[in-house]
Ligand binder design. Structure first.
Ligand SMILES: NC(=O)c1ccc[n+]([C@@H]2O[C@H](COP(=O)([O-])OP(=O)(O)OC[C@H]3O[C@@H](n4cnc5c(N)ncnc54)[C@H](O)[C@@H]3O)[C@@H](O)[C@H]2O)c1
Length: 389
């Protein structure tokens, strides 16, 4: 029978799940953890059993909204509101024992490495939000710990799960672009300096827009290129706006950022050279004087064709004519924020429970970090080309 154009199927109760569940502890129960928790609630193969944070109000949300038992909350005292420990994932591991299979690390970037290392060595699978860490050495320690613990480590890049990305990868694999010579990555905000968290503090984040938002598109552009080895970087960074009081500037969507502690860049521009001769040009900003409010994507140029992400457009020659190919349909639901998180976290959960292949692995995160740190190292050296190892 043909499919009906209008489904008459009723939404029933969530399917019963009989398999083994992944019992997860959330480390860092702030903003992005809430999106993760929403995705886990809809995934019948997951049970969130513990929470770790240095803030009691965040732990209270874990208890009140997400139903985690008070005795499984670590890092702050719910009664007094006092912070108890900055490394409370260790208390969690000791107290929860084999009642936790995996951890999901959603702390600021400077607190990604150690919880992953400790938990992986203790035999717990780990998911870590992007960027993987602050330095290449930290990423190497994390990859080594996952290997030592025999566990799955995945990094929180979600752009690669967008329908347009899958479509372009298929075109690439069918030879649509030939050899990819040049990638341009742009993640520019006209005025979007985060006014929450610690995104302006270099010691806790590792940098500004390059490591925070540019990283997403660097990662998927790099994946699209087929992960060639990065060998050298040139980069420059500038700070000219975030370190000034926002109220004295102009109206913008996120005013009132903490300008006194702002030590990251506003604008980072750079270029990465790969072993196969390809180049990646990178432009990222929290505050750039450009026409658009938000630019996000990559542009690829190959010997046979080029393309644009996330539009999914392909530019090539057909029948002795230059043609632009625009996808007529890409599932819009697949681009939605919650859906992307459900997909990326579901990929890791399945990897842990069933051994299915991971999307973004620890090695992927490490390679992306090589690119980020190469660009920052070059900027620190006044924009001179530096080798990437
Ligand atoms: N994939 C994405 O699109 C995406 C989006 C936003 C944030 N992120 C990443 O998620 C991470 C967190 O960002 P956020 O926006 O949720 O920040 P946030 O400040 O809202 O949350 C971080 C939480 O970590 C807690 N924390 C800090 N130090 C801790 C410690 N030592 N032990 C336990 N908890 C600690 C904080 O109290 C806070 O509750 C960052 O690495 C960020 O880059 C990813």
């Amino acid at each position: 029978m043909a499919n009906e154009s209008v489904s008459v199927k009723m939404d029933g109760p969530q399917k019963a799940y009989r398999g083994k569940k992944l019992r997860i502890a959330i480390i860092g129960c702030g903003g992005i953890a809430q999106t993760h928790l929403g995705a886990y609630r809809k995934n019948p193969a997951v049970e969130v059993v513990a929470g770790v944070d240095i803030r009691a109000d965040r732990l209270a949300i874990m208890r009140d909204k997400w139903g985690v038992k008070p005795e499984a909350l670590f890092g702050a005292d719910l009664a007094s509101g006092k912070e108890l420990s900055k490394t409370a994932w260790r208390d969690m591991l000791a107290a929860m024992g084999d009642k936790v299979d995996a951890v999901d690390v959603c702390t600021p970037n400077g607190v990604h490495c150690q919880p992953v290392v400790d938990c992986c060595k203790a035999g717990r699978h780990a998911f870590v939000e992007k960027p993987m860490a602050m330095s290449v050495d930290e990423c190497k320690r994390m990859v080594a710990a996952a290997k030592q613990g025999g566990v799955k480590l995945s990094v929180g890049f979600q752009q690669r799960y967008r329908p347009a990305f899958k479509s372009l990868v298929e075109a690439r694999d069918n030879g649509a672009f030939g050899d990819i010579l040049f990638m341009k990555v742009r993640r520019l905000r006209r005025r979007g300096i985060p006014n929450w968290g610690v995104f302006g503090r270099k010691e806790l984040q590792g940098g500004g827009p390059l490591i925070d938002i540019g990283v997403h598109f660097i990662e998927c552009a790099y994946e699209f290129m087929g992960r060639p080895k990065p060998v050298a970087a040139t980069g420059n960074t500038w700070s000219y706006l975030g370190n000034r009081k926002s109220e004295t500037l102009v109206r913008c969507p996120w005013p009132g950022w903490d300008w006194k502690t702002y030590t990251v860049e506003d604008l980072a521009i750079g270029q990465v050279r790969f072993e196969n001769g390809a180049l990646m040009q990178i432009e990222t900003s929290f505050a750039a004087h450009i026409e658009e409010n938000d630019v996000a994507g990559f542009w690829a140029m190959g010997t046979k064709g080029g393309c644009e992400f996330p539009s999914g457009k392909i530019f090539t020659d057909q029948n002795h004519t230059m043609v632009n190919i625009t996808p007529a349909y890409l599932d819009p639901a697949g681009d939605e924020w919650d859906s992307l998180f459900a997909t990326k976290l579901g990929n890791w959960v399945d990897g842990c429970l069933k051994g299915t292949p991971l999307g973004a692995t620890g090695d992927d995160g490490l390679n992306v970090q090589r690119i980020l740190n190469g660009l920052y190292d070059s900027a620190a050296a006044g924009g001179k080309e530096v080798a990437i190892h």
